[in-house]
Design a protein around this ligand. Structure first.
Ligand code: T68
Length: 830
C-alpha cells in the first residue's frame, strides 16, 4: 500500500474519481490540508498564498487523477483512433477555474476554502497563465483540446514546454518594452514531468548508404542530440469524467552531448554545451505572422515533432498493430506549417528504421497527416533555406527532395512539360535562395488541407494554392474556427451564463446551437433589462480589474469600444486610431460640440513582435493619442483611450464580457478567420467589421441589422490594387481624413516633435499596403451609425441578444465535429 496506505484506508475515497477525496466539502478540506502539509511542507497557519494556491490546485488535480490514469490506459488498450494535434503553441490561459468547472468542484471548493478562512479570489490571483502562444493560432489549439475532451474524442496535444512564454509587455513613455515571461518561476501545480519517457532527438551530421543484406539503404549519422522530456497536463472534459492529455516537451542535455560530441576535456565547454541543448525549449518566438527563419526555430520544430511521433509510436501503438494500418490508429493534425518537418520524419522512421519500401511508407504518411493553414499573407508562408535544413537535418532534406521529385513527375504526367507550372508547384523554391516551401510540402503530404473560415478556404483554393487545388481535387476543405464556450462564456461571463440558463435551462454549454432559443427573449423587455444589467455588472468587474492592474478609471455610462489582438498593420489598429483622432479633432477645432459626442471609451490591447518597428511605433502613437485626449478638458471626459499593458488571455476574459462594440477591421482578404470576433459576439457585443475572415459568417448569421459592415470587399480590394492604389489621393480628397492625419503629423501627440510619428504618417500616405486610407470614409460612416444605434438602448440590446442567440455555430465543439466528419474520422471512444 506504500507510505500512504494508512491514509487511503482511513479515506477510502482517496483514489476513486467520483467520490474522491474532494467530492464533498469535508473531503476537500482534508485533502487540501494534506497537500499543504505533505506537498508544500507547511501548516495552514504559516502558509503563503502561493502555498495555498498550490495545495488547492493539487486537490483539484487529485480529484481528476483517477480518471486521467484510466483514460490514458484505455487509449492504449482500445487502440481507437486518436487525434495527435501537433502545435508549436498552446495559449492556455489560467487552469484553476477551468479545471474546477470541468470537475464540477467549484461550489465545494469555494465552501471548503471559506471553512479554512481563505479567500478563493486571492488563490485565483496567484496563478500565472501559461502564455505558450502568440495569439489566435495558439488559443485555437487550446480551445480545440478542450472541445475534444468534452466530446470524449481520444486526443493528445503535443507541443513545447517553453520556459519563457510570450513576453510580458510594459510601456515606458508609451513605448513597448519586453520582459521575460518567467511563468515557471514558482513552479506549476498542473504539470507532471516524465523523465522516464524522454526521447533522444538528433541533429546535424551526415547521411550514408550501406548494404543491408543485399539492399542498399540510407541512414542518418547525426552529430549531436538532446533529450526531450515530456511534461503532461490534464485536459479535463466538461463534467463528463473524461481527461485527455497535453504533452509538452522540454529540452535537456544528454550525457553524450557534453561528454562525447563536444568533448574537449574542457569542463566549461561542456557546461556551455549543456546550455546550448537546453536553449531549444527556452523561449517562444514572439513573431506572430512573419517567421524569421532562425536556426533555433527549426530546431524547436523538429525537436517537438520528432519527440511526439516517436512517443506515439513507442507507447501508444500496440506492437501487433500493423504499421500499414497506422492511419487507423492516428491522425497527425499539423497546426500551420510549424510542425511540417514531421512529414519527412515519419518517412525516415518508416523507410530507414522500419525498413518499409518508399511507396508503402509514402502511402501511410499521406493518410496520417492533415494540414491547417492559418494565413493569407505571402510573407507568413514558412520557408527554410536548403543550406540550413541540410545542415541541421541532412536526411530529411534528402527525403524532401525525393518527395518533390516524385511529385513533380506526377505533375508532369498530368500537365505535360509546363515548366512554369512545375516551377510554381515545386516544394523547392529557387528564389531568392534555394529553400523548402513548407506549406507545399504539407499540401502534398496531407490527406486534407483546410482553411479556417469560408472566405479563407476559398481564397486558399483560388488564390494561394490554385495549382494544388486543381491537382488534388477534393483535398481542400474548410473548417471554420470556433471558441470554447466553457472558458469564454461560462467562466468569463458567469452572469450572462446564469441569465441564459434561467431562460433555456442547462445543456446549452455543450450544445451551443441551443442559444437560438434566446431569439424570442430579445423581444421581452424584462429579459432585455436583465441583459443590460449583466453588461453593467461586467463593466464594474472590468473597472475594478483595470484600476488594480493599470490604475485606470473606467467612466460610467460610456460605450466600451474594444480592439484587442496582436498589433499588425493588416489588422489596422491605425484605422481605429484615425477614427479617434477624427472625433477628437472635431471637438478641439470647435466644429463639433463636445456635449453632442456620445461618451465612448476606446480600449486597445496588443503586443507587437519585438522586431516589428512599425507595429511598435503604432503602439507608441496609440499611447500618445491616449495621453493627450484623456487629459484634454475640452473633451469633457466624453472620449477616453485606454491601453492596458500586457494583454493576455486572463485580461481578455474580463474585457470581452464588458464590451459593447467589437472592432474587427482588417483589410478584406487578410485575416484568415479571427476568433476574438466570435468571443465578442457570443458575449453580446455588436461588431463593426469588414467582410473578412469569419466576420463574413458572423454577419450572415446575425443579420445585417445587427452588424456594422464597412469597407471594401475582397474583390474590390483586388480591383483597386489592379488599378493602382494611390493612398495620397484619398488624403487629398477627404477633408476629415486630412485633418486627422495632419494633426498627427503636426506633432500634437508628440510634444510638438514632428519626427516621432512621421514614419507612420508617410507610410500611410505613400505605401499603405493595407489600404487604411481607402477604407477610412466608409469606417467613419459606419461609426456614425454605431453612435445612432447606441442612442436607442432597447434596439441595441435587442441586437446584442440576437448576436448571442445566433452565434452558437462558433462553438469549437462544432469545429471539432467538422474536423471529425471531414478530416479525422475519429468517433468518440471509451
Ligand atoms: C491566426 N494566426 C490568424 N498566427 O491570423 C487568425 N504565425 O485569423 C486565425 O483566426 C487564427 O490564426 C486561428 O486560426 C496566428 O495566430 C500565429 O500566431 C503565428 C505564430 C507563429 C508563426 C506564425
Amino acid at each position: 500500500t506504500g507510505p500512504n496506505g494508512a491514509l487511503e484506508a482511513t479515506h477510502p475515497l482517496a483514489l476513486a474519481p467520483v467520490t474522491g477525496p474532494a467530492s464533498n466539502v469535508d473531503g476537500f478540506v482534508r485533502q487540501f490540508l494534506r497537500n499543504l502539509n505533505y506537498e508544500r511542507g507547511v501548516p495552514l497557519s504559516a502558509s503563503s498564498p502561493n502555498d495555498q494556491y498550490f495545495a488547492f490546485a493539487m486537490t483539484v488535480r487529485d480529484y481528476l487523477m483517477a480518471r486521467w490514469l484510466e483514460d490514458l490506459r484505455r487509449q492504449r488498450v482500445t487502440q481507437s483512433k486518436s487525434v495527435c494535434y501537433l502545435s508549436a503553441e498552446y495559449l492556455l490561459g489560467r487552469q484553476l477555474d477551468n479545471n474546477l468547472l470541468a470537475s464540477g468542484l467549484t461550489d465545494i471548493a469555494t465552501e471548503a476554502m471559506a471553512q479554512c478562512g481563505i479567500d478563493i479570489e486571492e488563490l485565483r490571483a496567484q496563478e500565472v497563465e501559461p502564455g505558450l502562444g502568440n495569439g489566435g493560432l495558439g488559443r485555437l489549439a487550446a480551445c480545440f483540446i478542450d472541445s475534444l475532451a468534452t466530446m470524449s474524442v481520444p486526443n493528445i496535444g503535443y507541443g513545447i514546454r517553453y520556459e519563457y512564454g510570450i513576453f510580458r509587455q510594459t510601456f515606458v513613455d508609451g513605448q513597448q518594452v519586453e520582459q521575460p515571461d518567467a511563468w515557471l518561476e514558482l513552479g506549476s501545480p498542473w504539470e507532471f514531468p516524465h523523465p522516464e519517457f524522454a526521447q533522444t532527438i538528433s541533429f546535424g551530421g551526415h547521411t550514408e548508404t550501406y548494404d543491408d543484406e543485399g539492399v542498399t539503404r540510407s541512414r542518418w549519422v547525426p552529430s549531436w542530440n538532446v533529450r526531450a522530456v515530456p511534461y503532461n497536463y490534464m485536459v479535463p472534459g466538461y463534467l463528463n469524467g473524461r481527461v485527455n492529455t497535453l504533452r509538452l516537451w522540454s529540452a535537456q542535455a544528454t550525457n553524450s552531448f557534453d561528454l562525447r560530441v563536444f568533448n574537449s576535456g574542457d569542463y566549461e565547454e561542456a557546461v556551455r554545451a549543456q546550455t546550448y541543448a537546453e536553449n531549444i525549449s527556452k523561449v517562444l518566438y514572439p513573431e506572430d505572422s512573419t517567421p524569421q527563419g532562425k536556426e533555433l526555430r527549426l530546431q524547436q520544430q523538429y525537436f517537438f515533432v520528432a519527440a511526439s511521433i516517436h512517443d506515439f509510436l513507442d507507447h501508444m501503438v500496440a506492437d501487433d498493430f500493423g504499421l500499414e494500418n497506422l492511419a487507423d490508429r492516428v491522425i497527425f493534425q499539423l497546426n500551420d506549417t510549424h510542425p511540417v518537418i514531421a512529414v519527412p520524419e515519419l518517412m525516415r522512421v518508416l523507410v530507414d528504421e522500419k525498413k518499409l519500401e518508399w511507396d508503402a511508407a509514402w502511402a501511410i504518411t499521406q493518410k496520417c497527416f492533415a494540414y491547417t493553414c492559418h494565413t493569407l499573407l505571402p510573407e507568413a508562408l514558412e520557408v527554410w533555406s536548403v543550406e540550413l535544413l541540410g545542415r541541421l537535418l541532412p536526411r530529411h532534406l534528402e527525403i524532401i527532395y525525393r518527395i518533390n521529385e516524385e511529385f513533380l513527375l506526377e505533375v508532369r504526367e498530368r500537365f505535360g512539360d509546363d515548366e512554369i507550372r512545375l516551377r510554381d508547384m515545386s516544394i523547392i523554391g529557387e528564389f531568392p535562395e534555394r529553400s523548402v516551401r513548407m506549406a507545399y510540402l504539407a499540401t502534398v503530404a496531407g490527406a486534407k488541407v483546410n482553411g479556417v473560415a469560408e472566405l479563407h478556404s476559398q481564397l486558399l483554393r483560388d488564390k494561394v494554392l490554385p495549382d494544388f487545388n486543381e491537382f488534388f481535387p477534393g483535398k481542400f476543405t474548410n473548417v471554420t474556427n470556433g471558441i470554447t464556450p466553457r472558458r469564454f462564456i461560462r467562466l468569463a461571463n458567469p452572469e450572462l451564463s446564469e441569465l441564459i440558463t434561467s431562460a433555456l435551462g442547462t445543456g446549452w454549454l455543450t450544445d451551443l446551437e441551443r442559444l437560438r432559443g434566446l431569439e424570442s427573449y430579445a423581444e421581452d423587455p424584462d429579459f432585455r433589462a436583465a441583459f443590460r444589467e449583466v453588461k453593467a455588472a461586467n463593466k464594474r468587474v472590468l473597472s475594478d480589474v483595470l484600476r488594480a492592474r493599470d490604475g485606470f478609471e473606467v467612466s460610467d455610462g460610456h460605450m466600451l469600444d474594444v480592439m484587442v489582438k496582436r498589433l499588425h498593420e493588416y489588422k489596422r489598429q491605425m484605422l481605429k486610431l484615425l477614427h479617434i483622432v477624427t472625433v477628437y479633432e472635431g471637438i478641439v477645432s470647435g466644429r463639433v460640440d463636445a456635449a453632442s459626442v456620445q461618451p465612448r471609451t476606446f480600449i486597445f490591447g496588443a503586443k507587437a513582435a519585438p522586431g516589428y518597428a512599425m507595429a511598435k511605433r503604432i503602439i507608441h502613437l496609440i499611447n500618445a493619442v491616449g495621453s493627450v485626449v484623456n487629459a484634454d478638458e475640452r473633451v469633457q471626459g466624453r472620449l477616453k483611450v485606454l491601453f492596458p499593458q500586457n494583454y493576455n488571455v486572463t485580461l481578455a476574459e474580463r474585457l470581452i464580457p464588458a464590451a459593447d462594440l467589437s472592432e474587427q477591421i482588417s483589410l478584406a482578404g487578410k485575416e484568415a478567420s479571427g476568433t476574438g470576433n466570435m468571443k465578442f459576439a457570443l458575449n453580446g457585443a455588436l461588431t463593426i467589421g469588414t467582410d473578412d475572415g469569419a466576420n463574413v459568417e458572423i454577419r450572415q448569421l446575425v443579420g445585417d441589422d445587427n452588424f456594422f459592415l464597412f469597407g471594401m470587399a475582397e474583390p474590390e480590394v483586388e480591383a483597386l490594387w489592379a488599378r493602382g492604389y494611390k493612398p495620397a489621393e484619398f488624403y487629398q480628397h477627404d477633408e476629415s481624413l486630412r485633418r486627422a492625419m495632419d494633426l498627427i503629423a503636426s506633432g500634437a501627440f508628440s510634444g510638438g516633435d514632428r519626427s516621432v510619428f512621421e514614419p507612420v504618417v508617410s507610410n500611410l500616405l505613400y505605401d499603405d499596403r493595407f489600404m487604411v486610407l481607402a477604407d477610412y470614409a466608409s469606417y467613419i460612416e459606419a461609426q456614425a451609425k454605431v453612435d445612432a444605434a447606441h442612442a436607442d438602448e432597447d434596439a441595441w440590446t435587442r441586437s446584442a441578444i440576437l448576436n448571442v442567440a445566433r452565434c452558437g455555430f462558433f462553438s469549437s465543439d462544432r469545429s471539432m465535429r467538422d474536423y471529425i466528419d471531414r478530416i479525422w474520422h475519429t468517433p468518440p471512444a471509451f
